[in-house]
Design a protein around this ligand. Structure first.
Ligand code: KG4
Ligand code: ZN
Length: 344
């Protein structure tokens, strides 16, 4: 059983998960409303907010250890995200976790944020049994990791050793959703806001408009990898040049959603060959239902198994940090916090 903390960006999260994938504690304190008026995360405010909620987290741990059946002796380690992420928030969360580990006399385990997203796939509802049995079933796998900071196609083994096949040459998929949403006045985070508007695009006329606009938006031309900067610029030009665009936000959002997802799927179609039979989709953008449907379709065509994260665990959370601490091989432990890059 691992107690874990996540504080890489704008969520302060705490979880206790056991090796049978039972979640004994799952708290997530979101800062979205704090950052919304700035249209994105302000790192200094985020660090202070993480610090301010530490008392609340201590209370949650105390409650879990006194009111539930968990005994401190069952906790084998305390884990925390070390990066990539915002350095201030990472320092607050990991220092707190190191303090907890010292006071509980447990080892401290550093976790790579991307590995944690990959580990969350063992929560797919079709899987049963212990964490290691689940991991045995789904790995090796192709992993599409789509979040606010990353858009990566990788291969992962059951110890979360990751090999990057394709990355983004500019923006990440979630970043493209966020920036385009901001352009048309939708709130941060943009991905869920765009999806919600796109779901309102249901009439034949609106759908025809959306698919027409989607065709005008570019897809990555080179085989170098994912790319969303051109799509973002084309979206801005569309909103400025076509008067109908801003008058039909659902169709506009649907067009953007189609173009982003199609850009992702095109790369996957080129890169995935039949040697590995599993595809995992994880990261915040994995909460998008249209993306899941498209990937399921692709896997059906290619006779592959598709695994994804339950919706509530797609965006940042601490459950995935516990899972990663259980699965990762010890050699990949992170020793110090880091903002970008870092070991894989
Ligand atoms: O993994 P995550 O919580 O944080 C990072 O590690 O970046 O991902 C956040 C990203 C944001 O860009 C957000 O707009 C996007 O995930 N996102 C979505 C959806 N829910 C969250 N994008 C598209 N559709 C969604 N339903
Ligand atoms: Zn994330």
């Amino acid at each position: 059983m691992i107690l874990a903390l996540e504080s890489s960006c704008d969520e302060t999260a705490l979880a206790i998960v056991d090796d049978q994938a039972q979640i004994h504690l799952n708290v997530c304190i979101s800062q979205i409303s704090l950052h919304q008026k700035y249209g994105g995360v302000v790192p200094e405010l985020a660090s202070r907010f993480h610090f301010d909620v530490l008392d609340e987290l201590s209370g949650e741990i105390r409650k879990a250890l006194t009111n539930s059946s968990i005994h401190i002796s069952q906790i084998s380690a305390v884990a925390a995200t070390m990066g990539p992420g915002l350095v201030g928030p990472l320092l607050v969360g990991s220092s707190f976790a190191k303090g907890l580990a010292a006071s509980f006399q447990k080892p401290f385990v550093g976790v790579h944020h991307l590995r944690a997203h990959v580990a969350s796939a063992v929560l797919d509802k079709v899987l049963k049994g212990s964490i290691s049995e689940r991991a045995h079933n789904i790995f090796p796998a192709y992993v599409l990791l789509v979040s606010g900071g990353h858009c990566l196609l990788m291969i992962s083994d059951s110890n979360l050793n990751l090999k990057i096949i394709k990355s983004s040459s500019d923006d990440a998929a979630g970043e493209c959703f966020d920036k385009c949403a901001k352009l048309i006045g939708l709130p941060y985070p943009g991905g869920p806001a765009i999806e919600k508007e796109a779901q309102k695009c249901t009439t034949q006329d609106d759908l025809a408009l959306a698919y027409g606009w989607a065709r005008q938006l570019p897809r990555p031309k080179s085989s170098a990898g994912f790319s969303f900067a051109g799509l973002k610029t084309a979206f801005r030009l569309l909103t400025e040049q076509d008067k109908k665009a801003k008058q039909n936000i659902p169709a506009l959002c649907k067009a953007l959603e189609i173009a982003i997802i199609n850009s992702i799927v095109l790369i996957l179609k080129k890169e995935i060959n039949g040697d590995i039979k599993n595809l995992i989709c994880c990261g915040g953008v994995a909460a998008n239902l249209h993306l899941r449907k498209e990937l399921e379709g692709l896997c059906n065509q290619q006779k592959m198994n598709f695994y994804s994260v339950p919706l509530e665990f797609a965006t940042d959370n601490a459950v995935m940090v516990s899972l990663s601490a259980m699965l990762q091989s010890t050699k990949v432990e992170e020793k110090s916090v880091f903002s970008r890059g870092g070991l894989l």
